[in-house]
Design a protein around this ligand. Structure first.
Ligand code: ADP
Ligand code: MG
Length: 240
């Protein structure tokens, strides 16, 4: 599980995370919503150790992410992260792009990495794109490739940061369907998203961030049906 305990984080004089507490259980899907600049992306980058924190602790399966003794490379293999956009290597095929990390980071043999890449690309519905180059794919296909690439490392946790925000509206659905599939398979996920319908349907819990504070967290029916925090009420009124 992922345990976030009283995490504070500043960029210069700007405090971006103001004492965040959140525990995500194995198999749980937590979505994070909130306005721009509320600290959502920063939280994800702190969880996988891309950013240091100022105080508090983050534990992944009991290992403290920001402890000096922690092998971050090893820990990050457990935590797949997919961003708004991923710049694939343009001179490599889709298959070769997905094989890269298992080969380089896990030291997999070529045949093994290829089998894993084919498996994950098939899983996200790209079995017919193995020999295609990334630039020939739609934005939705590229995002599914990015998800396959993360899955090829056999992560225990997946973090998604607004993976549909850069997509044309007609391509959003196919990527959300992929996330739904992972959720239904029991993947432990934290999804930052603007897609409220998706959040409502897929989440075990939804967390609302406002100015570096987790202002509310609840099951979706409760959070959307009877929001308590005034800022959340405003936010939901504006997104509907
Ligand atoms: P969100 O993802 O909720 O939009 P972020 O976590 O990206 O918010 O950012 C929170 C705040 O931290 C914003 O004000 C942003 O400008 C600032 N910020 C994010 N990353 C950096 C950085 N590397 N250096 C300085 N400020 C940053
Ligand atoms: Mg963000």
């Amino acid at each position: 599980m992922i345990e976030i305990q009283n995490v504070r984080k500043s960029f210069g004089s700007l405090e971006v995370l103001k004492g965040i507490d959140l525990t995500v259980q194995k198999g749980e899907v937590v979505t994070v919503i909130g306005g721009s600049g509320s600290g959502k992306s920063t939280l994800l980058t702190c969880i996988n150790g891309l950013e240091p924190i100022d105080s508090g602790r983050i534990l992944v399966d009991g290992t403290e992410v920001h402890a000096k003794a922690t092998n971050l490379n090893k820990l990050r293999q457990k935590i797949g992260i997919v961003f708004q956009q991923w710049n694939a290597f343009p001179h490599l095929t889709v298959l070769e792009n997905v094989m890269l990390a298992p080969r380089k980071v896990l030291g997999m043999a070529k045949s093994e990495a290829e089998a894993m890449a084919v498996k994950q690309l098939t899983h996200v519905g790209l079995a017919d794109k193995l020999k295609t180059y990334p630039s020939r794919m739609s934005g939705g296909q590229q995002q599914r490739m990015a998800i396959a690439r993360a899955l090829a490392m056999s992560p225990d946790y997946m973090l998604f940061d607004e993976v549909t925000s850069a997509l044309d509206p007609q391509l959003v659905g196919e990527v959300l369907d992929t996330l739904r599939m992972l959720a239904s398979e029991g993947m432990t996920m934290i999804c930052v998203t603007h897609e409220m319908k998706f959040a409502r349907e897929v989440s075990d819990r939804v967390a609302f961030f406002h100015k570096g504070v987790m202002a509310e967290i609840a099951a979706p029916a409760e959070l959307f049906g009877a929001p308590k925090d005034p800022e959340l009420q405003k936010f939901l009124a504006a997104t509907h």
